[in-house]
Design a binder for this molecule. Sequence first.
Ligand code: 5GP
Ligand code: MG
Length: 192
Amino acid sequence: MWAGMHRDLERILIPAAAIESRVRDLGAQIALDLERVIGGDGTEDDHGELVIVPILTGSLVFVADLVRRLPLKLRLELVGVSSYPGKSMETKGVSIRHELPNILSGKHVLVIDDILDSGHTLDVVTRLIRDQKPASLRTCVLLRKPGKSTLPVRPDYVGFDIPDEFVVGYGLDYDGYYRNFPEIATLKPEAR
Ligand code: 5GP
Ligand code: MG
């Protein structure tokens, strides 16, 4: 059934089973940490509300799986970002397509993105959130290309470190396609 897509793919970098197992572990770790922050055990802020902020569109599949591993009372608020790939290392390469509502003041926020590459996307989004003065801010990415970021962006949670190759699947696209492919794969040069 996936034959049409397999023709364009070079190799599977992370199989579906490995993603599932890592998402389960990430969920357990994040749930423990967040429970401590919002938990109401009197040690920190026991009336904090938890808001998950997925960065669209790439994080959609990851977030759908991850939030079902977080047995906590939480809300989702989406932010839409487009990045323009290119040589330019400036923030103008990132544009907001769907604005974040101004409701994060005093909330415990977890931002989720699909992949950390140059770090500009996460940098821009975390700046916007900090402007709203949340009670706390954490960041999570499924994938990270180590050594690529020139910015002081360090996610609190990382699913996998991957080599500096262009990947698709599990939410990540090329030209809008392949997001529904269940594994993370590299693309054949002729498919790009
Ligand atoms: P950054 O802003 O950190 O350079 O890049 C983050 C964004 O660029 C991600 O949210 C993603 O949309 C896109 N991106 C970076 N590397 C890849 C990749 O290997 N594959 C895909 N599909 N998107 C990528
Ligand atoms: Mg993205």
